[in-house]
Design a protein around this ligand. Structure first.
Ligand code: S3P
Length: 439
């Protein structure tokens, strides 16, 4: 098992790239596998989560090859997937299993879906319910967890569904199933979640209608017969960039530029929240592509505690561990509520992050759906600590960066899963001057 050791050091300087966006990479692999013909994907995240998605489609007869970091997908067509000879293993990836369940529910073969220990405890009833309403024969355990079993049915039907949780994975699962269903599905979301499936559908010329009335988003998707292949270029992952945004903010005398990062508005709540706290962050060289991008310039900043605007929570859900660290070093109190979804991630991120704060000597009050953090302020120093990441990549990375402000060497345990989203995290840290090593 991998552990990280971090020594606090000097200001951080440099220009870096971060790996491809995980959410966009999954969607690119999935849609190009369902297309008829050859798609080329550049900038794909070569992290374990996306490799799980590739292996799932390989196991259903899709040929995916790679050359010089580019991926070539020979799509089998919407109905051309083959019955896998064994269970489909999604590893640690909640996004992959939930999106693919929608597709698998519409195939003329059955399948069994499994994952690692963390994924096996995460809630799957949130997709089993809408897919069942669409007519799918799908079941999990009675606790609503993996394994999922899917049996073939004659047809699916479109549904009207109001999302009970703010989840892009659930929305996307229904959108993918709707490509095969009779009629049109209408999905309502009262909280705006990441819209990468909508943008990727448009990129593949799949009709999708999105409207907004009385603060509710309505997404309409109907059946399609053919998906045509496309060449897709994937931008850097804002969620991975967030750890280096945090690093520059909390390390005195720092200036980092993170190049070519996705700045889709449904993903950058962290940036808005930090600016509200006084962070010096600029977006430069903006490019308005199907997923807009920019270079992010960040300088060390003195932060002030805030009451987090609840509307931002869904748009910074994966950045919350990093946000908690920023709040711990801000002047004053930061309040987070309506963030219960954090308990359903790769770990219970409210509980596990409260343990991280405890270890670093930060005062906090944990609630069922949020946390109140008492910031240590501009001159604040964490107690050097030994942190258990509980195998959660984002806890491991947030803990590593927090260690830059500790009063000695800190150790983060159980870091193998960092490679699910950020395979070259250590090299990128070293490049900007962070003293981190594997032990
Ligand atoms: C994702 C959606 C989010 C996020 C996850 C990726 C996606 O999950 O936490 O890392 O790609 O759709 P929820 O939709 O469950 O909030």
């Amino acid at each position: 098992m991998k552990h990280f050791k971090i020594t606090p050091g000097e200001g951080l300087k440099g220009e870096i790239d971060v790996p491809g966006d995980k959410s966009i990479s999954h969607r690119a692999i999935i849609l190009s596998s369902l297309a008829e013909g050859r798609s080329e994907i550049s900038g794909l995240l070569e992290g374990e989560d996306c490799l799980s998605t590739i292996s799932v489609f390989n196991n259903m007869g899709v040929d995916i090859s790679t050359e010089n970091g580019n991926y070539f997908v020979e799509g089998n067509g919407l109905k051309g997937l083959e019955k896998p000879i064994s269970s489909l293993d999604f590893g640690n990836s909640g996004t992959s299993i939930r999106l693919c369940s929608g597709i698998l529910s519409a195939q003329d073969f059955g399948s069994t879906l499994i994952g690692d220990d963390s994924l096996s405890t995460r809630p799957m009833d949130r997709i089993v319910e809408p897919l069942s309403l669409m007519g799918a024969d799908i079941s999990g355990t009675k606790e609503g967890t993996l394994p999922i079993n899917i049996e073939p049915v004659d047809s699916l039907i479109g549904i009207k569904y109001s999302l009970p949780v703010a989840s892009a994975q659930v929305k996307s699962c229904i959108m993918f199933a709707s490509l095969y269903a009779e009629g049109v599905s209408e999905i309502e979301e009262t909280v705006t979640t990441r819209d990468h499936t909508e943008t990727m559908f448009k990129q593949f010329d799949i009709p999708v209608e999105v409207s907004r009335q009385k603060k509710v988003n309505l997404i309409k998707v109907g059946k399609v017969d053919v998906v045509k292949p496309r060449n897709i270029n994937i931008c850097g992952d804002f969620s991975s960039a967030s750890f280096f945004i945090l690093a520059a903010l909390i390390s005195p005398n720092s200036h980092l530029i993170i190049r070519n990062v996705g700045i889709n508005e449904t993903r950058i709540g962290f940036l808005h929240a930090l600016r509200h706290m006084g962070a010096d962050i600029e977006l430069q060289n903006k490019i308005d592509s199907f997923e807009p991008t920019a270079d992010i310039s960040v300088k060390s900043s003195n932060l002030k505690g805030i009451s987090l605007n609840t509307n931002l929570v869904a748009n910074m859900i994966d950045e919350m561990p990093a946000f908690f660290i920023a709040a711990s070093l801000a002047e004053g109190i930061t309040k987070v509520k309506d963030a219960k979804e954090l308990r359903t991630k790769e770990s219970d991120r409210l509980q596990v992050m409260s343990e991280v704060l405890e270890a670093f000597g930060v005062k906090y009050h944990l609630n069922e759906d949020g946390i109140i953090i008492h910031g240590l302020g501009e001159e604040g120093v964490f107690r050097a600590a030994e942190i258990n990441s509980h195998g959660d990549h984002r806890i491991a990375m947030a803990g590593s960066i927090a260690s830059l402000r500790a009063d000695g060497e800190s150790r983060i345990n159980d870091c193998n899963n960092v490679s699910t989203s950020f395979p070259n995290f250590l090299d990128t840290c070293t490049k900007v001057g962070i003293k981190i090593e594997e032990s």
